[in-house]
Design a protein. Structure first.
Lengths: 135, 547
């Protein structure tokens, strides 16, 4: 039975865990932005880009996880490849929240590092899956 | 030129750079180049000074504690060692919280912002932002509030207050006055209750006789003053015509408006002076306005005329006596005085004041005025008003010849010293009204004669040689705003004997007249409120079962 199934189970597991973790990440980052507004001086011209990029990242993540999961389950390369391309944007945004945010707290560093680690595992598994589907 | 260009490109000045190194920051270092006591971070302290300290007033200097890792300078005293020495450690302090700031890309977050130095470029923007009473985030809401308050004030605009420009139907009541140079400017408004007198020059010519508005009577009376719900027209009180050689005659019928016109190559009816008299009530309403004109004539050679303008305010139902203070005397204003005429129990200066509207010698205390030739008999009665607070002395020299008779000389000298109408009463306050009898102080006259002992047997001629007036005044009223009040006026005439001169000989004696103001105010007594009393009484039935 396994030899005819090309969908990658580890990739699907990682997608699932990524989805749950991202929900936590999104709520935590939003809560920390609210905390920073109260405790530090956060002028509007710095707050607006941070919030906007957080919501853009959420949309990208949603799209990427849907496409990747669908591509993996239907054993299509195209959605998986598109998901990989979108991951590049997600990685850039995660690096933004790690390094270029207005205030980078230690908690920000921790959750962004975990997210990037997850992206790393995911990208490796996605490349292997695409190679498997091609062949 | 390159120097000015370099100067224009010079960077704007900024404040001193903030100190951010924790090892250089010392909050307790207040004395410059001296060691502060118990200040362990003071760089001016030596090891001997540290050995005398008991404790460190500033034990630790750190940066922002929100940062995850920051430098801290720790100062402590090692009291175990002999002598005690200061220990300085520079460590990295770690904030254990997970919400500490790891990095920040917003540089101003960790520092207090230094204010912008105002330059000529950003001054307007800074003034708009910080120049009002509060730095409102919504500056527009402020201006809307003040607009809403204005309609309720409209009823108050026609009740005038001191200094407010008098409004007319089109603009303000104008009192032309010289502004920068001596030329007349028509934009000077007359302020309510501000008595003004101005003189200025206006350029005229016979050709433009009827065209220059400012020399025509119509210009000054065609506007009507806005008073409370009324409009008060300016009436013509009197017209005085001045001829080319300066002689003035008062016209009988003053109702006719005389406009400039050309007559025999002269331009007549040119306004040379206007004197406004405004009558007001004590509520601040103007009820009457009158103008007295002086009209003149110009010929072809005249290029400019001098116009004089005046405005004076009189309260309705009072006589326009100029006040010397309100209520206390103001230093430098004339001392007001008056008479009690026969039959009337109050001073007469109300009658004199009704005739003339300016100060004159009839309602003031005056003193002999020294002339340049110092000859008493040629003095011609020149007198100067006595100003409150200014001690004055004046005099002249009297040349006595053998031919002078005693009695006429005495009378002449008395007239000289006292003047034609020496008053009997002096106003105790600067604003004393004539009808308040008790507000006037009678002048006490004293007579001192310098008797020579060896002449007591003969009744010789006594001539007055000096008049000394002493005005005693006191401070009256509250401690923070004391008013000057005249309490006592004494006029002392000193006489001396006049020895008969051999014929042909002359003698010169000095005649002096002086006035001295003495402050006899008693020290101020503070007035305290009564101490509160403790009202402790037992209730009526406190000892109920027994009483």
């Amino acid at each position: 039975n396994n030899s005819y199934q090309l969908s990658s189970v580890p990739l699907q597991i990682v997608f699932y865990v990524n989805g749950i973790y991202y929900i936590f990440y999104f709520l935590a980052t939003l809560a920390m932005i609210v905390y920073k507004c109260q405790v530090f001086s956060y002028p509007h011209e710095f707050l607006a880009p941070d919030l906007a990029l957080l919501f853009v990242m959420a949309i990208l993540e949603l799209l990427r996880l849907y496409l990747g999961s669908m591509g993996n389950l239907t054993e299509e390369e195209a959605p998986l490849a598109l998901s990989l391309v979108i991951m590049v944007g997600s990685v850039i945004l995660s690096v933004y929240f790690l390094v270029w945010q207005t205030y980078v707290l230690k908690a920000d560093v921790i959750i962004n590092a975990v997210l990037l680690f997850t992206y790393g595992i995911e990208s490796v598994l996605q490349v292997i899956a695409i190679a498997t589907f091609f062949g | 030129p390159p120097e000015t260009r370099a100067a224009a490109r010079a960077p704007p000045r900024s404040g001193p750079a903030p100190v951010t190194d924790v090892d250089k920051l010392c909050v307790c270092d207040l004395l410059v180049a001296q060691c502060d006591v118990n200040c362990c971070c003071d760089p001016d302290c030596s090891a001997e000074d540290f050995s005398l300290f008991t404790t460190c007033s500033v034990p630790i200097v750190t940066g922002d504690s929100h940062l995850c890792s920051q430098k801290a300078a720790i100062y402590s005293l090692d009291v175990e060692a002999n002598p005690p020495e200061r220990i300085f450690k520079l460590i990295d302090q770690v904030n254990p919280s997970v919400f500490c700031i790891h990095t920040t890309n917003y540089k101003q977050a960790l520092f207090l912002s230094s204010p912008e130095m105002p330059t000529s470029e950003n001054f307007d923007q800074l003034l708009k932002q910080f120049g009002s009473a509060s730095f409102s985030a919504e500056p527009d809401s402020w201006s809307m509030n003040t607009d809403a308050q204005n309609p309720s004030d409209e009823n108050e605009t026609y009740r005038y207050k001191y200094g407010v420009p008098i409004q007319t139907a089109d603009a303000f009541l104008r009192l032309p006055s010289p502004v920068v140079s001596s030329w007349c400017s028509d934009a000077n408004p007359a302020g309510f209750l501000v008595n003004q007198a101005t003189k200025c020059i206006r350029s005229v010519s016979v050709e433009k006789c009827g065209n220059i508005q400012a020399v025509s009577m119509l210009f000054y009376i065609n506007s009507s003053i806005l008073a409370f719900v009324l409009q008060v027209n300016i009436t013509v009180q009197s017209i005085v015509v001045q001829s080319l050689n300066g002689m003035r005659t008062l016209l009988n019928g003053s109702d006719v408006l005389r406009l400039p016109m050309i007559l025999d190559e002269l331009c007549v009816n040119i306004v040379l002076g206007v004197s406004y008299h405004i009558t007001y009530t004590d509520a601040g309403e103007i009820i009457e306005a009158a103008a007295a004109f002086v009209l003149g004539a110009i010929n072809k050679e005249t290029l400019s005329i001098q116009q004089s303008f005046e405005i004076s305010f009189t309260q309705v139902n009072t006589k326009p006596v100029p006040l010397s203070g309100n209520p206390g005397y103001v230093v430098g204003l004339p001392v007001r005085a008056g008479f009690r005429p026969q039959g009337y129990p109050f001073p007469i200066d109300i009658f004199f004041a009704a005739l003339v509207l300016n100060t004159n010698k009839y309602s003031q205390l005056t003193i002999l005025q020294s002339t340049s030739n110092q000859d008493c008999l040629a003095a011609q009665g020149a007198r100067t008003p006595i100003l409150f607070g200014y001690n004055m002395i004046s005099g002249c020299k009297l040349r006595i010849t053998a031919a002078m008779k005693c009695q006429p000389l005495t009378q002449t000298l008395l007239d000289l010293l006292k003047g034609q109408s020496f008053p009997e009463y002096v106003a105790s306050f600067g604003n004393s009204q004539a009808q308040d009898v008790l507000d006037w102080v009678p002048i006490t006259h004293l007579h001192i004669s310098e008797q020579r002992i060896y002449n007591t047997f003969q009744s010789l001629c006594q001539i007055p040689v000096s008049l000394e007036m002493e005005v005693k005044w006191t401070k009256y009223g509250s401690l923070v705003n004391p008013q000057a009040r005249i309490v006592n006026v004494t006029a002392t005439i000193t006489t001396t004997t006049l020895k008969q001169l051999p014929s042909g000989r002359e003698r010169t004696i000095p005649i002096t007249s002086s006035v001295v103001f003495t402050d006899i105010s008693s020290p101020a007594e503070p007035g305290y409120k009564a101490w509160p009393t403790i009202n402790a009484k037992l209730p009526f039935d406190f000892f109920f079962p027994f009483v």
